[in-house]
Each structure stands twice: as C-alpha cells, then as structure tokens.
Design a protein around this ligand. Structure first.
Ligand code: PEP
Ligand code: MN
Length: 337
C-alpha cells in the first residue's frame, strides 16, 4: 500500500503515519517527491484496510499498489530515481557512461584503460576482480589485488569504480573498494545475496538474468529496496534466445517498458548483449535512442590479448568514436553526457 500525504503535510503528520505503520508490525518507506511525500508500506501478508490511514491528519489518499513489485514501481514513486555516486549521477537527465575491461588484469592494463575512457568522457570505470566464468579453468579474476588496482585507477583519474560482487562472503571486501556494486546476470535471483545488498547503503547495478522476465527482474530489485537500500539501477545485458549468431539477444524492448514500470535507472550493456566488437557501438547507440539512462561498455587496450571477453571489447579508439556518436544522440534527446 501507498500512503500519499497532502502537499503541505507537516513533519509531525508524516511521523504519525510512519509510527502507525510500525505499530501494525509493518515497514514504512518514506519517499520524498517534488510535490508531496508518500510512504510505501511493506510487510503485510494480506491486503490492508486503507480507511485507517485515509482519516489521519495530513493524508491525501491511501492506495493499493496493483503491481507485485511495490517500492520500485512508478505507481509508488513518479519521479526518476537519481543515485548520487559520490557526486556523479546515475539516473536522471545526464547519461551515465561506464567503461573498462571485462576483467582487471594488471596495473598497466587498468591504468591505461582508465585514462583512455576518462579522456573519451566516461565517468565510471568498470572491471571485474571476481569473474563468474562458465569454465572453472578460465581466468577467475585477480580478487583483492584487482580491487586494489581499481582503487588506484580511481585515485589517478577520479573515475567511480563499478565492479562485480559474486557472493555474500566477499561482499564486505568488495563494498570497501567499489563505488557501485555490480550484480552479475547469473546472480540476479540469488535472493540471499539480494537481502545482504538490502542491508548495505551502497549503489547496486542489478543485471538481468539471461532467462529472467521483466517481472522477475523487478522482483529481484524489490528485494534490495525492501531491505532499505534504495540505490538500485537495472542493467539490460541480453537474454538467451534461439539465435546463435550473437552471444545474447539485447532486449531493447525492456528499456521503454521498464521506464514506464519503474523509477529506477536503466542501463544498457551492448557488449554482453551482442558479444561482437564490430556491432557493440550500434547497439550502444540503439540503447540510448531507446531511452536508457546510460551504457556500460567493455574496453581493452589490446582486445586480442584480453583474458576475458576480448571478442566483444572495444579498443580505446573505438570507444572514443562511440562517445562522439553518443553525444549527438544524447543531444537529440535533450540529455546531457
Ligand atoms: C561482465 O560484466 O563482465 C559480466 C560477467 O556480465 P554478465 O553478468 O551480464 O554476464
Ligand atoms: Mn565481460
């Protein structure tokens, strides 16, 4: 349920509603808006009697939320969520551009990439230190050493660091180094991990599971937000279909549909979405044209020598060219980069 306060409701009136929700053994989620405050209510098993709130001072309305995902829905919060990543916005009018190698491989590799993507206009550096590889015999990432190298690159460039966390065991360590925690596609429905993320106060980029519906994906995000961590962004990275010419099928339908259903920022990952270097830029442009709030792109100084995902990594030069096109498309849409 959502309790919508009147535009001029006082702090005391808001607090009284919050207290009442707690007294019922439920969880209040105050959501400030441009016009008025609303308070999401979670934790009820059956449907709640709206009348008990409608009569309280300062309350404009109490409404049932029709979607199964509540706190992430547009019904509950009309305004787009803008996550403040240490001064850099994720969501809102400005496009968030994240770029870097699939995996952190060495000091030289990550520093060279960081400087290059920063010069081209990225504000976030991506790079995996814990890699979810299909084969246990493939490069698994540099672990904490990789996180240290990301921190060094942040220090040198001022870029914000986004990196994957694979499990609850390494979460405290990864959270210590990362500005944004990336949750990989394979972990989207790891509900135990989602609950751990809900207890943190750190931005999360939740990638779509390779076979997840939009509803399942939004329900996974709901786990994190219901835990009290409201800083969640979604990332479309392609789904598995019958097609074998491309690595995945980048589902750009998801972008406008999600933008209507949820207030969370939506990012597009064209690299994993198509898996072919020659076509990554086209899908990045398409993602932005479809209304995404940003892109996350794999860039490697020497893709042919990359320890993971070289086949889909752009060279710094290709990324620079892409950024020029991104600026033109962003301009046409009235968005900043
Ligand atoms: C990655 O970003 O390198 C990655 C492993 O992505 P995904 O979880 O989408 O496969
Ligand atoms: Mn990758």
């Amino acid at each position: 349920m959502l309790v919508v306060m009147k535009p001029h409701a006082t702090e005391a009136e808001i607090e009284a509603v919050v207290e009442k929700i707690r007294t019922l053994g439920l969880t209040p989620h105050p959501i400030p808006g441009a016009q008025r405050v609303a308070i999401g209510v979670t934790g009820n098993k059956g449907s709640l009697d709206t009348g008990q709130f409608e009569t309280m001072p300062g309350v404009a309305d109490a409404i049932r939320v029709s979607q199964p995902f509540k706190l992430v829905s547009r019904e509950v919060k009309e305004e787009d969520t803008v996550i403040d990543v240490g001064g850099v916005p994720l969501g809102g009018n400005a496009l968030a551009v994240m770029a870097g190698p699939c995996s952190v491989e060495s000091r030289e590799q990550i520093l060279e990439t960081a400087h290059a993507v920063k010069a081209a206009g990225a504000r976030f550096l991506r790079g995996g230190a814990f890699k979810p590889r299909t084969s246990p015999y493939e490069f698994q990432g540099l672990a904490e050493e990789g996180l240290k190298l990301l921190a060094l690159a942040r220090e040198e460039t001022g870029l914000k660091v986004i990196t994957e966390v694979m499990d609850a065991e390494t979460l405290p360590m990864v959270a210590d180094y990362a500005d944004v925690l990336q949750i990989g596609a394979r972990n989207m429905q790891n509900f135990s991990l989602m609950k751990h993320l809900g207890r943190l106060r750190k931005p999360v980029l939740l990638k779509r599971g390779p076979a997840a519906t939009l509803k399942e994906w939004l329900m996974a995000a709901e786990y994190v937000v219901a835990g009290g961590n409201y800083q969640v962004a979604l990332c479309e990275r392609g789904i598995r279909t019958f097609e074998t010419m491309t690595r995945n099928t980048l589902d750009l339908n998801a972008v406008p549909v999600l933008k209507a259903l949820t207030h969370l920022p939506v990012i597009v990952d064209p690299s994993h979405g198509i898996g072919l270097r020659a076509h990554v830029a086209a899908m990045a442009r398409a993602g932005i044209a479809a209304g995404a709030d940003g892109i996350i792109v794999e860039v490697h100084p020497h893709p042919d020598r990359a320890l993971s995902d070289g086949q889909q990594s752009l060279t710094p030069r290709e990324f620079e060219d892409l950024m020029k096109q991104v600026r033109v498309i962003a301009g046409a849409l009235g968005r900043a980069v």
